[in-house]
Design a protein around this ligand. Structure first.
Ligand code: ATP
Ligand code: MG
Length: 374
């Protein structure tokens, strides 16, 4: 039985109310930080501990100017709530800067706390972590761009395929007309090979614009990843690239299209390998995600499995981060630039998420989260 709420906002809270309020603060996923009139912390809930990466014990009694040193907007919000006694919020491109971790996109709300006689007794600040929402927005933006480009490009690709067939046919005829030993045969071979290469790129592009629907079945991720690594080890046998696998054997099969998922992980692992110039490591890890549950309306939520591909390669510059999913964006002399665009599409078709973290010093991590059930 849930505890009965007896306080209607008139008198001081009863002990049942306090227990309920305490439980809510313990479990809520927003950081709740309360300050007294002197600006010192009186409450720091577990979500605040997780967000700020410090314990409540360390934080209690610290002054808000110390806590948010150098973070003008947050300082301003508390100051307004404290001195002017009015609620105030900010969700325009606000970031929480932390000493031990990367800045986090947030929105923040500060409001005065009024005691029962109506006197102000401090301020409460509520901070919401927006990183997950930002990730989803990024995925949607990329998907939009892809579908627009895909439709346009697929139409164009279709038109190119016909004359290309003509060029290849003519080159084959020419080759037949020439004697086997003719030095001109080299040219006809190049023509045929290059036409085939364009044809392959165009087929990939048409796939992107109008891919076949996934054929869903049970897919054993461990099997897929083991097989890919076997081939990749073969491909790099003369380079000093180490492949490490940390696969959780207890992960049940995911519901997906085996061919498409193989293509996805092959693209990502190939990218990781290609990012390492001489010597380095590619780590592939699978685990059940503790955080994410993908739910669509009317469907039960599903646990997710995270597949991380981490390399110690050259990393991706911040200014390139937004472009790498654009079809044909490549920094490689022999790349088509379609690998990530296709990968993104496959992940979407599996109702999953693709997250990328990279820095030129440390290398790149790509995390694919796939739902375990459909
Ligand atoms: N793990 C990675 N490390 C560093 N850069 C990467 C990584 N993965 C992708 N990139 C960058 O993103 C670009 C686009 O990748 P994508 O897989 O789409 O195309 P590509 O690898 O260049 O060509 P293709 O996949 O067709 O062989 C790459 O050229 C590279 O600059
Ligand atoms: Mg690639």
């Amino acid at each position: 039985m849930p505890p009965e709420v007896t306080n209607k906002g008139t008198g001081p809270p009863s002990s049942t109310d306090s227990a309920l309020y305490g439980m809510i603060l313990e479990n809520i996923d927003r950081a709740v930080i309360a300050f007294n009139q002197a600006g010192r912390i009186t409450l720091f809930n577990p979500a605040a501990e997780a967000l700020m990466e410090c314990s409540s014990r360390q934080m209690i009694d610290q002054h808000y100017q110390e806590l948010f040193k150098g973070q003008e907007t947050l300082l301003y919000l508390i100051k307004v709530a404290l001195e002017e006694g009015r609620p105030i919020t900010d969700d325009e491109g606000l970031y929480l800067h932390r000493s031990k971790a990367a800045p986090l996109p947030i929105n923040a709300y500060a409001a005065p706390i009024f005691a029962h006689r109506g006197d102000q007794d401090g301020v409460v600040m509520i901070i919401r972590d927006l990183s997950r929402i930002k990730e989803l927005e990024g995925t949607l933006r990329r998907a939009d761009r892809l579908s627009m480009l895909g439709t346009l490009a697929a139409g164009l690709a279709h038109e190119i395929k016909n004359p290309l067939g003509g060029i290849k046919g003519a080159a084959q005829l020419l080759s037949r007309e020439l004697t086997k030993k003719s030095s001109l045969q080299d040219y006809t071979h190049i023509m045929i090979k290059e036409v085939e290469r364009i044809n392959f790129i165009i087929e990939e592009l048409m796939d992107l614009g109008n891919p076949r629907p996934p054929v869903i079945g049970d897919v054993d991720l461990t099997d897929i990843l083991d097989n890919i690594i076997l081939l990749q080890r073969e491909a790099v046998h003369c380079q000093s690239i180490k492949f490490k696998l940390k696969l959780d054997p207890s992960i049940p099969p995911v519901q997906g299209d085996e061919d498409l998922l193989t293509r996805l992980f092959l693209n990502l692992i190939k990218n990781a390998r290609e990012a390492i110039p001489h010597k380095g490591e590619v780590l592939i890890e699978t685990r059940i995600s503790s955080n994410y549950h993908m739910s669509s309306p009317g469907k039960r939520s599903s646990p997710m499995v995270d597949i991380t591909i981490r390399d110690t390669g050259c990393g991706i510059a911040q200014e390139e981060m937004d472009r790498i999913f654009t079809p044909y964006f490549t920094t490689k002399s022999k790349g088509s630039g379609l690998g990530l665009a296709i990968s993104q599409k496959i992940v979407e078709d599996h109702h999953g998420l693709l997250k990328i973290e990279s820095s030129p010093e440390k290398g790149t991590s790509i995390i694919v989260s796939l739902p375990l059930h459909r």
